[in-house]
Design a protein around this ligand. Sequence first.
Ligand SMILES: NC(=O)c1ccc[n+]([C@@H]2O[C@H](COP(=O)([O-])OP(=O)(O)OC[C@H]3O[C@@H](n4cnc5c(N)ncnc54)[C@H](OP(=O)(O)O)[C@@H]3O)[C@@H](O)[C@H]2O)c1
Length: 331
Amino acid sequence: MKKIQWGILGAGKIARKFAADLAWVSNAELAAVGARSKSDAEAFAKEFNIPISHGSYEELVKDPRVDVIYVATPHGFHFEHVLLCLGHKKAVLCEKAFAINSKQASEMIAFASLQNTFLMEAFWTKFLPHYKQVKKMIADGKVGAIKSIIAEFGFKPTPPIAQRIYDPLLGGGSLLDIGLYPVFLALDILGKPDEIEATMTPAYTGVDDQIAVQFKYNNGTLAQLFSSFTSNMATGADINGDAGRIRLTHRFHGPTTQVEYYAGAVDTKETIDIETVKGNGYEYEAQHVTDCLLADLTESPIMKFSDTLLLMETLDRIRGKAGIVYPHDKK
Ligand SMILES: NC(=O)c1ccc[n+]([C@@H]2O[C@H](COP(=O)([O-])OP(=O)(O)OC[C@H]3O[C@@H](n4cnc5c(N)ncnc54)[C@H](OP(=O)(O)O)[C@@H]3O)[C@@H](O)[C@H]2O)c1
């Protein structure tokens, strides 16, 4: 069977975890890496035994040996870099946040359709075994009617702090970096909220240092969502229904070996064991994209364009309420 040839655009922190995880993916090979400097690309290629290194993103996207590119630059550049890949008919897996706003996201998706080329947001949580178990438990009626979701994600960056954390040009701020995980959870389980409230504390650059968000649904369901760069938080999530509660402990969005379930009172804990992931957890989304490409798909049936657009539109609504503006919004 043909092996899908992967390229990595941007040789940074998350690219390293993803490159390691590609070793666990069937019918896939890591063929090339592209970085802004040749020496960085070469060092990355050496670290992960990649045959080809390119000293510019342009060279990478022009490489005929590459089928699909993982865009792993800060989100302020995703629009530019995804269009660059699609322009050369390379399939794309783009890191979260997919874009800075829904206008950018719509244009990226429209261009993928025009080019008849695969594009997907790298929302790894959706592909992880524990999250699939949570969705199954909800579908099986284990929590009954969901009345609320409470989720938070917080960490205090330690020096050297990456420029992308606070720089507005790079899409800095807690909401687009980590707050989108609680937001995703509420959207994926409850759907589009009827009302949104949000308030934030600005960092020294004006982007949000921390943000509190509330979703309200016409049926009375509420979601309370929080993200922060000011404190190391529990980074857990509770899905509360009239028949039970699912508790995801630290860090709810990433791989875990256990999901907690409470059918009755607080002391009725049942622990559901989850398969241990082999890599860092990114192998599941990478396998899915590989499978999609082998099946000649241009859109994922799991992380759909409508999922990405709902997330980006909701982040726009939250930013509107909290007063978070990026230079990209004015273009
Ligand atoms: N899914 C997850 O669990 C997860 C976890 C962490 C991050 N992420 C996402 O992945 C993306 C990258 O995060 P990261 O932590 O890997 O970032 P990073 O290491 O700070 O930067 C990644 C790469 O982006 C390029 N870059 C960085 N700063 C730049 C600048 N000022 N101007 C132009 N290019 C710059 C560099 O590419 P070159 O190597 O070419 O110079 C760098 O190696 C973000 O969108 C983030 O939200 C996802």
